[in-house]
Design a protein around this ligand. Structure first.
Ligand SMILES: *Cc1c(COP(=O)(O)O)cnc(C)c1O
Length: 230
């Protein structure tokens, strides 16, 4: 594939950066930094590497198997974080392959990450995934269970809780983004080392920045519609 065929990524990234800068200018302090993560599910390594060449320095992986099958072809200069639902028995495959796990929603999962991190002589940064809309179809801890979960995770060796991640319900997202901001503010004042609020996807990243996001996760807005048949 020639890079000409990937020119849409250049255009999309330009638009995303512009909209992020606008949202920061409008709603945040000038020195606030919002990181852009490129979400790679179903995307070819060629397209991913093209985005990295354009300056993307953070990739988000959803599926363990898909990541492992593509990782060898990745430009290794970008940081990789895990953002998908993670089964306890699959932690071992990614413990040394990612710099953060954003989708921790149970103490059991945290304990397995801790066990393997210690075994591998490393510390894993983690975020707690919050099911802010209380949707049955989604993973994530409920807002009411969050403090207990963070208390438990804080006791573990080899893991460091850095903040919160969420996928708000698609409708009324303003309300839920606002609730996440409140939750994040209360967590950051109650615990040390909290510096990451991962929220905002293609349809709501500008709004998410308004509500304090520090990391937006963009898939289709950057790479185009996903083709699950490949
Ligand atoms: C797919 C995915 C995204 C990106 O979604 P888009 O709407 O394509 O931007 C972000 N976060 C998570 C957890 C995802 O699974």
């Amino acid at each position: 594939m020639k890079n000409d065929d990937l020119a849409y990524i250049d255009e999309n990234l330009h638009i995303i950066k512009e909209r992020c800068a606008e949202a920061v200018a409008k709603y945040r302090s000038p020195d606030d930094n919002v990181r852009i993560m490129a979400v790679t599910k179903t995307v070819s390594p060629e397209a991913i590497n093209h985005a990295v060449e354009l300056g993307i320095d953070l990739l988000g992986e959803n599926r363990v198997q898909e990541y492992l099958s593509k990782a060898d072809f990745y430009d290794k200069s970008a940081e990789v974080q895990f953002i998908g639902h993670l089964q306890t028995n699959k932690v071992k495959y990614i413990i040394n392959a990612v710099s953060m796990i954003q989708s921790v929603d149970s103490l059991k999962l945290g304990q397995e990450i801790s066990r393997l991190a210690v075994k591998n002589g490393r510390v894993m940064d983690i975020l707690c995934e919050v099911n802010i809309g209380g949707e049955e179809s989604k993973s994530g801890i409920t807002p009411t269970g969050l403090k207990e979960l963070i208390d438990g995770l804080s006791e573990l060796e080899g893991v460091r809780v850095r903040g919160l991640m969420t996928i708000p319900p698609p409708s009324d997202s303003d309300i839920f983004l606002g609730r996440m901001k409140e939750l994040y503010d209360s967590i950051s004042s109650a615990y040390k080392g909290i510096d990451t609020l991962s929220m905002g996807m293609t349809h709501d990243y500008a709004e998410a920045i308004r509500y304090g996001s520090t990391l937006v996760r963009i898939g289709t807005g950057l790479f185009g519609a996903r083709d699950y048949s490949k």
